[in-house]
Write a protein that binds this ligand. Sequence first.
Ligand code: PA5
Length: 460
Amino acid sequence: MITIDYSLAMAEAVGTAGGLRDPELEAEGKAFERAVRRVVDEAKAGVLGFFGLPEDPSTLRAVDDFAASVDERIADVLVLGIGGSSLGTRAVLHALGGPPELGLTRRRLHLPDNSDPWLLAALLGRLDPSRTLVVAVSKSGGTVETAAQLLVVRKWLADALGAAEARARLVYVTDPSRGPLREEADAEGIRAFDVPPNVGGRFSVLSSVGLLPARLSGLDAAGLLEGAAQMAEACRRTELRDNPAGILAALHVLHHRLRGRSVHVLMPYADALRPFAAWWVQLWAESLGKRRDRQERVVETGPTPIPAVGATDQHAQMQLFMEGPRDKLVTFIEVAEPGADLTIPESSGAFAYLGGKSLAEVLEAELRGTAQALAEDGRPSLTVRVARLDARSLGALFFLFEAATAFAGELYGIDAFDQPGVELGKRLASGLLGRPGYEEAGSEVREAEQSRPSRHRWNG
Ligand code: PA5
């Protein structure tokens, strides 16, 4: 179903300055074995929940039952959530259901995952509250962006339908026992689904976080889990070269550590995977960018992830990848059989050579040409190849990159599952918004802003 071709990440093809030597990869074998054992042990012990999600049929049953009970007249689903509570859902929707504007899914799903009012205001102006279901997704239940949106949307529903009907239009996806959303759901009888406490937000797409919206839009949630389960089996192998996530993790970490390739590019040659690359950016960045290692030493490490899409970005970022700093490792994703294809008609003149070829052939040639062009300049890449993009292969891709992130965290020696770096900004913003107990944080920002010299400002 999936192959990983990493020949162009190795010295044999791109030279020792650009590629890894086989002994360098083999030398990482022992560290990888420890990494995979630790991850698998923690999964067994229930510490790392994401690893077991594909084998848990209970969530699927619950979301299936619920989706089947939703009134046929509900045409729109508004999903409120941010970060790990929305990026995976968008990736599922786009890859399996097509761009939302085409309206190909059973219900239209909307993901205004920002507190920027621009999109939400437009949606509320256009959607019919009597035909809209609202799914608020927040593992903690306390994320301010999501809470603010939910309050606005709940009033929009209540103004149109009354308080009781508004409650019936709400579904929460949150921690099973804690947090404001759970408390509200319990107190008001709002339907709620669980995010397992041992599954981190950015690793939660295969929980009810991604499965519920997928089912509500009529997509194959079971296929996602099946593909992920198959991949999970391969990701338990302790031999580095047998473990697909191990290969991804080790190549990225070693290229960073030994060749200074600190910028990691994910470049699917598939429009359907554009949001998948955005999902991966959050996964890679928030998991691997850390100030301290596991021994609490300051390391300030982490790769910088860049999303790109082929062939579009050949005309945008490729110049930089080809001739800019030699600090990048590019991972292509190739979809061998696209979901649809178009044949180019015969013509005379400059483009006669294209006649009879398909657009998929053009895309494939672009990918092969780009990988070879990078290689000829000693710039490494690898290709993850899927036969076709369906629920099973997408589930497998999700799991592959999640497991690779967990293993990369181990190889970097950091904790991939926390995100202490985002806390201070949240605390300061809460202070500015007048959250009780955060008054000092608000003053801290205001005082700091006032002390900045006005000569460092340009006023137009
Ligand atoms: O990966 C993470 O933990 C974060 O990106 C969260 O998903 C994000 O901050 C949203 O959190 P919550 O689901 O608690 O609202």
